[in-house]
Design a protein around this ligand. Structure first.
Ligand SMILES: *[C@@H]1O[C@H](CO)[C@@H](O)[C@H](O)[C@H]1NC(C)=O
Ligand SMILES: *[C@@H]1O[C@H](CO)[C@@H](O)[C@H](O)[C@H]1NC(C)=O
Length: 394
């Protein structure tokens, strides 16, 4: 009784640096918590001596107490609002204010609140919808403004083909809706399975490797058939993280296994190339949670996707970023499914230990675990290859 807690915003603090601002915020928070708690303590511990008269007295005085409580609640409410405001200012939410004159009209339109399509929600009392735009977009408002400056209902501008990728890499996603028509050329595509290894040159010059996974070049190279056998014939669908040109998916397609290839990298229209092969490309930025349901994949494969994943702004290769990624990989794998870490290049020994430590925490069964070295032109690199089986749990 008498403990009062403050909920700030949606509970996810977004303070990037320990700036003066955030220290001040912490101070304000601390003072608010202390004062409200003292108020509460005073209100709830103040009680007359327990005589029959006093009890009668305090019952009569309940209204006084409830007035106290109401005052405390009002205090909490206003502190919470103030804190929320400070948080918004620090995170840069308000810089995307639709009333700012400098914003392009299409962006303003996008940011304007819209009435709920099916009318106000009677339970939550919500009447309008806020456009889904990442708060980090505000930090790239110049690129965003460039991206959103276009004429609606006609062909999209050509000059900005790299802007979406730039915005995505800065954590500005989902991209604000665009009302221009995408440009597309018709091209000759081959039927499956021919299309797997014969792509029209117009779809770009991604690297098609015809050796990998069918011809071993070292102890770190596992063969596809070997790994499929480890899965006991139960490998039907899989996900290749940062699978670039889709070579892995192509080899798997030959074995009737469907692989979705995510293209985390921004090396041109890789997705188009993968699709031209008759494979499924998925454009996905590192900050994204995988858009899949829990426990659905028989196989998750990645080469150096481990270094590219995580939360943007957190810094690639950070332990936390890797942890986020591993938890998501674990989430989408089914029990008994395989995680194939394929020729992962460890930048140094510390990195190898960190990756090992994080992976081992998930207690997968190590079906294969090979640490090898390959001499580069400059130095010797440490490679880690593993096939791990997810246990059933829960
Ligand atoms: C309520 O409590 C106050 C002391 O805080 C006292 O002065 C007052 O007489 C009480 N009122 C009633 C109606 O008992
Ligand atoms: C793939 O499926 C096709 C059609 O069902 C079948 O003819 C072929 O043998 C299968 N290939 C493999 C490698 O299982």
């Amino acid at each position: 009784m008498g403990s009062v807690s403050l909920k700030i915003g949606d509970g996810t603090a977004r303070f990037r640096r320990a700036t003066l601002c955030s220290s001040a915020l912490h101070l304000v928070m601390l003072v608010s918590v202390l004062t409200t708690n003292l108020f509460a303590l005073y209100a709830f511990t103040y009680a007359p001596k327990p005589s029959a008269y006093a009890i009668f007295h305090s019952v009569r005085n309940l209204s006084v107490i409830s007035e106290h409580v109401a005052a405390i609640l009002r205090e909490i409410d206003s502190s919470e609002r103030r804190l929320h405001q400070i948080e918004r200012e620090i995170s840069g939410y308000d810089t995307l204010d639709p009333s700012l004159p400098a914003l392009p009209p299409e962006l303003k339109l996008f940011l304007t609140r819209h009435p709920l399509p099916l009318g106000p929600d009677s339970r939550s009392k919500i009447t309008e919808m806020v456009s889904s735009v990442a708060h980090s977009c505000a930090r790239s408002s110049d690129i965003l403004s460039q991206f959103m400056s276009y004429k609606p209902n006609v062909l999209c501008p050509t000059a900005d083909s790299h802007l979406p990728q730039k915005l995505i890499s800065r954590g500005c996603e989902p991209l604000p809706r665009r009302r221009c028509l995408s440009r597309t050329k018709s091209r000759q595509l081959l039927p499956l399975p021919k299309s797997l290894w014969n792509t029209p040159s117009s779809t770009g010059a991604a690297v098609v490797d015809k050796q990998m996974w069918v011809k071993s070049r070292g102890k770190n190279d596992f063969l596809i058939d070997e790994v499929l056998a480890l899965g006991g014939g139960g490998i039907r669908i899989g996900f290749d993280i940062a699978g670039r040109a889709g070579n892995f998916a192509a080899r798997m397609a030959e074995r009737n296994v469907t692989i979705i290839t995510s293209t985390l990298d921004a090396e041109g229209p890789v997705g188009e190339f993968v699709a031209a092969r008759g494979l499924f490309p998925l454009q996905l930025s590192p900050a994204n949670r995988f858009p899949f349901y829990d426990s659905i994949f028989d196989l998750v494969h990645t080469m150096n996707g481990l270094d590219e994943g995580g939360v943007s702004g957190m810094g690639q290769g950070q332990a936390e970023a890797l942890e986020f990624l591993m938890f998501d990989i674990d989430r989408i794998l089914r029990a008994g499914g395989l995680f194939w870490l394929d020729n992962y290049v460890c930048v140094n020994d510390e990195r190898k230990r960190m990756v090992t430590r994080i992976i081992e925490r998930f207690e997968y069964k190590k079906l294969k675990w090979v640490v090898g070295e390959k001499a580069d032109s400059k130095k010797t690199l440490v490679y880690l290859s593993a096939v791990l089986q997810k246990p059933a749990r829960g």
